[in-house]
Ligand binder design. Structure first.
Ligand code: ADE
Length: 245
């Protein structure tokens, strides 16, 4: 998978050199190219924003630097890549594990990270008329720009790219995967810590009992924390991917 990112703060994306994604990049499973939007702004101050047409608070990102930056990336895309351009935005579709799975199947993602009050609407319209564009939100809160949202999405998508996570089994029983339940609580050694014990069943060696306990815990936790994720059908179903996904 190839990922291009356009931002006026390329330094944010240094974090993608760390940990699992950093290793995946070294191994050539994911290629990440970060572009400074200001390299496409050619006045003395490398200006990327201007006052909003019609008035109002804040500044809006000018279309010309975005046009130059995105044209450059898209013109160099592989002929059959059909890149998907994603603009992180609180006004977009909400990012979910289901969307992460869909996006992990893409060969080329381009993240356009806006700042200020957003990007001139004509940029979205231009690239939507030429290819695939999505506005995507990571939740109902407002960040200062798209960078942190893009990093969250790239991490969630990148770890689903085959080979990135060493043991694919570890992807299966996580929150929001498999059957839509939250994950069970985990424990390790020592068996006692500050008068708190690891639940006895986990030390029993009885794998059927352990599986049953973990499922109960997942259902209890989901009902308590995220009751909207529980459905009667889900509770009746044996483990396996949920049909609605
Ligand atoms: N930019 C600002 N807030 C955002 C959010 N919640 N999701 C995605 N991009 C954003």
């Amino acid at each position: 998978m190839r990922i291009d990112v356009v931002s006026i703060f390329p330094g944010y994306f240094d974090a993608l050199e760390l940990s699992l994604l950093g290793k995946a990049r070294q191994r050539g499973l994911i290629e990440v190219h970060v572009h400074d939007l200001r390299d496409s702004a050619h006045d003395k101050h490398r200006t990327v924003d201007d006052t909003p047409a019609g008035g109002g608070a804040g500044m809006v990102m000018k279309p010309e630097p975005w046009g130059e930056a995105l044209d450059g990336i898209l013109s160099e895309a592989e002929p059959d890549a059909d890149p998907l351009v994603i603009f992180p935005s609180p006004a977009g579709d909400v990012f979910t594990q289901t969307m992460a799975r869909e996006l992990a199947d893409e060969t080329h993602l381009v993240f356009g990270c806006g700042r200020y009050e957003g990007i001139d609407q004509r940029v979205f319209d231009e690239y939507a008329s030429r290819g695939r564009v999505r506005l995507v939100s990571i939740g109902d809160y407002v960040l200062n720009g798209g960078e942190v949202a893009a990093i969250a999405m790239i991490e969630a998508i990148g770890r689903l790219v085959p080979g990135v996570v060493g043991n694919p089994e570890s992807l299966v029983e996580e929150s929001h995967e498999e059957d839509g339940l939250l994950e069970y609580p985990s424990f390790t050694k020592p068996a006692n810590w500050r008068d708190r014990s690891v639940p006895e069943v986990l030390l029993s060696g009885n794998h059927a009992a352990i599986d049953a306990w973990r499922r109960e815990q997942r259902i209890e936790r989901t009902g308590r924390v995220r009751p909207e994720l529980l459905s009667r059908e889900m509770l009746g179903r044996p483990p396996g991917r949920h049909a609605a996904e």
